[in-house]
Ligand binder design. Sequence first.
Ligand code: KIV
Length: 273
Amino acid sequence: MTGYISNDTRKVTTHRLIEMKQRGEKISMLTAYDYTMAKIVDGAGIDVILVGDSASNVMAGNVTTLPMTLDQMIYHGKSVVRAVNRAMVVVDMPFGTYQGNSKEGLASAIRIMKESHSDALKLEGGEEVIETVKRILTAGIPIMGHLGLMPQSINKYGTYAVRAKDDEEAKKLIRDAHLLEEAGCFAIVLEKIPAKLAARIASELTIPIIGIGAGGQVDGQVLVIQDMLGMSQGFSPRFLRRYADLHTIMTNAIGQYVTDVKTNDFPNEKEQY
Ligand code: KIV
């Protein structure tokens, strides 16, 4: 096996992530939505597994993340938690379960934590959701923020283009990041924003900044697993590095199986009772 495998087999906690930032060790984060994948990802040494609401796209085939429900996120969260020994498991709060008011947000957060047994939650937004963030934190539930491109707001933006390129949006983003840190979030994801802006936020804040399309001068990186393994097709943003071509490998393997079944090659004598 290649790659960086930490000798430290202790469970990753919010505290340990902040220590990693302090000593300059980058944080690795990937999504996973099911038991089998989560077992592989955890075994490979990832620090944080995000049960993202991107499950809506890659697992359910929806165009946006908006259709995900609490029940669906809890189902994916539970499946991942059962597989994981070391990584911190963070579950996304789905659209419509926390934006209404802070009481509703807390109820949703408690349901996810109680039923999925995950370690922390992630939600999108800054000032607009700060009361909810504070209320959830008072229940002792760790929150990871998410700023920049926020896919749950895609209908407002009308585009998945890079965010915060203009001064006004960049200033709001910096303000929001500080608000989330002051409220008590343990980390923030910054999605698809200029690298310089992300670097500035990572240097101003003491909590870890995890980037996706936010350059290398942040405290960690996150990608969607199906994208980085080359399972998904037709999605090639500049920030995406593909580490494998599983689409080709899987297509060839399945094609071979089809041939073997059709030609009566499978099963052979050793593969039967
Ligand atoms: O849902 C998700 O996968 C995410 C990542 C893109 C950060 O929020």
